[in-house]
Design a protein around this ligand. Structure first.
Ligand SMILES: [Zn+2]
Length: 456
């Protein structure tokens, strides 16, 4: 009997070891090396053997699963639930977002958040008619995040270095830096986190499309697209000032903490934040300004197109425990494959519709995943990392390019005048290409490439 027990134990032990050998750990390792952390030594931080043993849990379905559940006589996108994220906020926040410009006084302001909201509404209308359930993350040019900048002031105070000198100019600069950080935390980081939370906890779609329009760096300013991306990355610029030690001399005599509190109170008053939705003031305008009003900006010759999906984490980002947890969720639920397939379909449709070349990345913050598909890059942005479902962020056109700017102006002029839209309307072109891409990825085979119409 004891011999039988030993044999049984050995069998169980061997069996458990065999079961524990991950079926696809080597595949996960390849994905880590080629997509999720191609420029970082991830092996000591990410245990692919452990991840491969985790059971899969996901709220979304693959294109194959949705198609297999679709009745033969159903509409071509029946069963699909798509979430659309009109990027940014627009409206009163457009300038604070840095997504607001014009190059001449007589021009219409180009506000990315507002342009992509119309694209999202057009896509929703057309896809709904094809049987798709579509949820927009925002329906207006308003914040989704219920917290306003004042709610982030304390966090901002922890991140902004205190002034080195105790001069009026230095204190004013400090106050402005605090305000800028609080606004950034509210309308960029906090906004993106809230949208991702809604996607994962409430909407739970099969896929998420984040709609944007790119912009090139102005010749004399910081890179627009880079500054936007930096803001969307977490933990950037998280310098801690370690308290109030930077204040000294007579200002510190009474109570240095009290002084800081007074300063924060003064800033709160300046924010006039009684009505959260009404928060804005002229001081903020001074910070961000009206970039085009001086007329010195020159349009870019470059106009291009690309999509971003999750990947390309840096060594520093892999050090973050919560970023590793989010990576683990996406690795285990295998959203990566559908993400690429959806990105591929959307980029094929957008490239065909626009004729635009692929964007390029010079640095190591993004990586091309497939030489055959030059438009799809992996990059670690907050939204594509936090949303657990397959998520694709679209960046067609360069809004401040010689080619796109006049088209955007024509589109805005037609809308302002209530005229019928031009056949080459840039927002209609964008929306129609997205619809074609979604059909190509999720549609019934007979409908792929079909005419989807162009009216709203
Ligand atoms: Zn954008």
């Amino acid at each position: 009997m004891w011999l039988l027990r030993i044999v049984a134990c050995c069998w169980l032990l061997v069996g458990s070891v065999v079961d524990a050998v991950p079926r696809d750990a080597s595949a996960l390792a390849i994905e880590m090396t080629t997509r999720y952390a191609p420029y970082a030594d991830w092996s000591t931080l990410v245990d692919v053997d452990s991840l491969a043993r985790q059971s899969q849990s996901r709220y979304w379905r693959t294109p194959e699963e949705i198609r297999s559940e679709r009745a033969e006589d159903a509409l071509p996108l029946a069963g699909l639930h798509l979430a659309l994220d009109p990027g940014h906020i627009g409206g009163r926040w457009a300038a604070d977002e840095g997504r607001h410009f014009r190059i001449a006084e007589e021009d219409y302001y180009v506000r990315e958040g507002e342009l992509v909201l119309e694209v999202a509404q057009r896509v929703k209308s057309e896809l709904s008619a094809l049987g798709c359930k579509v949820t927009l993350l925002r329906e207006e040019n308003l914040q989704v995040n219920p917290k306003c900048p004042i709610d982030y002031l304390q966090l901002a105070a922890e991140q902004v270095p205190e002034p080195e000198a105790c001069t009026v100019a230095a204190l004013c600069e400090y106050g402005r830096a605090l305000r800028a950080r609080a606004v950034r935390l509210s309308i960029v980081t906090g906004e993106l986190q809230e949208r991702a939370r809604l996607v994962n906890e409430l909407i739970q779609p099969d896929a998420l499309l984040s709609l944007h329009i790119n912009a090139a760096a102005w010749p004399m300013s910081e890179s627009e697209s880079e500054s936007e991306r930096e803001g969307e990355r977490e933990g950037q610029g998280g310098e801690s000032n370690g308290g109030v030690g930077g204040f000294n001399s007579d200002l510190e005599d009474d109570n240095s903490n009290g002084f800081t509190s007074d300063l924060l109170s003064g800033i709160k008053n300046a924010f006039k934040c009684d009505n959260k939705n009404g928060f804005i003031d002229d001081i903020m305008r001074d910070l961000y300004g009206d970039k085009g009003s001086d007329g010195v900006f020159v349009l870019s010759e470059s106009n291009h197109l690309h999509a971003l999906i999750f990947g390309c984490m840096s060594a520093g980002e892999l050090q973050s425990g919560h970023q590793r947890e989010q990576l683990a969720v996406k690795l285990v639920n295998e959203s990566g494959a559908t993400e690429f397939a959806l990105g591929d379909a959307l980029m094929t449709a957008l490239a065909e519709a626009t004729g635009l070349p692929a964007s390029t990345y010079a640095g190591r913050n993004a990586i091309l995943l497939d030489a055959e598909q030059p438009y799809v890059f992996a990059r670690n942005l907050l939204m594509v990392r936090m949303a657990e479902c397959p998520t694709v962020l679209l960046e067609p056109y360069v809004a401040n390019s010689v080619a796109a700017y006049p088209r955007i102006q024509a589109a805005l002029a037609n809308r302002a005048a209530g005229r019928s839209l031009a056949e080459a309307d840039i927002l209609v072109e964008y929306a129609d290409a997205v619809i074609a891409g979604v059909l190509a990825c999720y549609g019934s085979v007979a409908e792929v490439g079909g005419n989807v119409g162009d009216s709203l």
